[in-house]
Design a binder for this molecule. Structure first.
Ligand SMILES: C[S@@+](CC[C@H](N)C(=O)[O-])C[C@H]1O[C@@H](n2cnc3c(N)ncnc32)[C@H](O)[C@@H]1O
Length: 213
């Protein structure tokens, strides 16, 4: 990815140390994180990759859930990985530094890849490359899960998303309110792209998508 285009967890202006609090206040986590955990772990997968894992909230929730899943979290920001590694419940999770468009894993290493609030940080070419990488590291029969901003449901949602664009950037976020994410996932070679949840949040319309490798 281009030098300087990396968008950290809390956007271009706010410190990473405030990320968990910002998300708790604005993103209605209780309405989607537990559901995302259930969806990702459905079918009792063995190897799960949390791509753009940030502070590890989702990885830890998946590690605590019943089942045999071995969780790997990857993120490009060493500072946020330090926060994740220090969190209660992170023991047993492998946290790795790496970029979404150049994953340091062999083909077919995972049964599930989940990207939660990652894709709107990536410019279109990097988003496409990251989706291709997600598909490459998935096993046959594997599944991609995406939690991110989607087509704006109404003008209020679009205006709120404009606030997020000021914080996180415009080029990387433009595909989301335009509703282009499902088509981008399909273009990366995934099948049966579906939406399981659409939510209104303080930053605009948010959705859970999934697709088969
Ligand atoms: C908004 S945070 C989401 C964190 C977490 N998945 C969650 O649900 O709370 C986005 C994360 O993506 C990471 N990130 C951004 N660009 C990346 C890239 N190109 N490769 C890997 N991680 C990236 C950031 O460092 C940040 O931790």
């Amino acid at each position: 990815m281009a030098e300087g285009s990396y968008v950290r967890a809390n956007g271009r202006f706010l410190p990473t140390s405030l990320y968990d609090r910002s998300i708790a206040i604005t993103m209605r986590e209780g309405a989607w994180r537990p559901r995302l955990v259930r969806e990702v772990l459905s079918g009792d997968p063995r190897d799960v990759l949390d791509l753009g894992c940030g502070t590890g909230t989702l990885a830890i929730a998946m590690a605590r859930a019943p089942g045999r899943a071995q969780i790997t979290g990857i993120d490009g920001d060493e500072e946020i990985l330090d926060l994740a590694r220090k969190k209660e419940g992170s023991h047993g999770i492998e946290f790795v530094r790496g970029l979404a468009d150049a994953l340091p894993f062999h083909d077919g290493s995972f049964d599930r890849v989940v990207c939660s609030l990652l894709l709107h940080h990536l410019e279109p070419a990097v988003k496409r490359a990251a989706l291709a990488e997600a598909r490459r590291v998935l096993r046959r029969g594997g599944r991609l899960h995406v939690a991110d901003f989607g087509r704006s449901q109404d003008p209020v949602m679009r205006i709120l998303f404009a606030g997020l664009q000021v914080l996180d950037g415009f080029a990387n976020t433009a595909d989301h309110p335009a509703g282009r994410l499902p088509a981008m996932i399909a273009t990366a070679g995934f099948q049966s792209v579906g939406r399981t949840l659409a939510l209104r949040t303080a930053w605009g319309s948010f959705e859970l998508l999934n697709a088969d490798r």
